[in-house]
Design a binder for this molecule. Structure first.
Ligand SMILES: C[S@@+](CC[C@H](N)C(=O)[O-])C[C@H]1O[C@@H](n2cnc3c(N)ncnc32)[C@H](O)[C@@H]1O
Length: 204
């Protein structure tokens, strides 16, 4: 077992959901709200959905959501939260490994991937997920950087490989994508480092 493989995530989720059983009720990611709050609802993919707070928020806003994660513990919890919220018919929960999982080409008006560690090359995963975005659709990628640039110290994402601004923008063909946001934003909790945020629109 490696630190971030499926078994490890199952164990993390079992512990996290014991400690915080209502985690799905936390507010959705501020990056997602900023990027998608004004978009017309359509089809969305939440890649690495975890407890499902973002999928639930999208579904409540009228989106039809496909939510993918490889941890069944998280998916079960998210599925049950969607049922309690009356959103079960708006979300398809898919158990899949984002190291290889391919979205149907051009299927989604919005593809979101927040804080997912990838075992393989980041740019390859970005390209694979980006292929699922429809013309004029939006891609939002966020990664917690492993080192806090303010202090030089390791963050909670140390040892993980999440998207960086450089990898995300480097993977997107400038003839096909308009980059709307590509920046590092300090996290809300002081001393917890920065998030790399890339939001891009697929040209029509
Ligand atoms: C840090 S959590 C983020 C969850 C959610 N996106 C959020 O922002 O709260 C990372 C999630 O990615 C999932 N994950 C990690 N590697 C994965 C992979 N190769 N395939 C599918 N899911 C993966 C984990 O199970 C976990 O739910």
């Amino acid at each position: 077992m490696t630190a971030f493989d499926r078994d490890a995530w199952e164990q993390r989720w079992a512990q996290a959901l014991r400690d915080h059983p209502d985690v799905d009720r936390r507010p959705p990611s501020a990056h997602l709200v900023a990027a998608a709050g004004d978009l017309p609802a359509g089809r969305a993919l939440d890649a690495g959905c975890g407890h499902g707070a973002e999928s639930l928020w999208l579904a409540a806003g009228g989106w039809r959501v496909t939510a993918v994660d490889f941890a069944e513990t998280a998916l079960e919890h998210a599925r049950s939260a969607a049922e309690s919220a009356g959103l079960a018919d708006r979300i398809d929960w898919v158990r899949g490994d984002l190291g290889v999982w391919e979205p149907p080409p051009g299927r989604f008006d919005l593809v979101v991937c927040l804080y997912v560690h990838v075992a393989g090359p980041v740019r390859e995963m970005v390209r694979r997920l980006a292929a699922g975005v429809a013309p004029r659709g939006t891609l939002l990628l966020v990664g917690h950087r492993p080192i806090d640039p303010a202090t030089g110290r390791e963050t909670a994402a140390a040892a993980q490989v999440q998207v960086s601004v450089e990898d995300a923008t480097g993977a997107l063909d400038p003839h096909e994508w308009e980059i709307l946001v590509a920046e590092e934003r300090p996290r809300a909790a002081a001393g917890s480092g920065v998030d790399a945020v890339v939001c891009a629109r697929r040209l029509g």
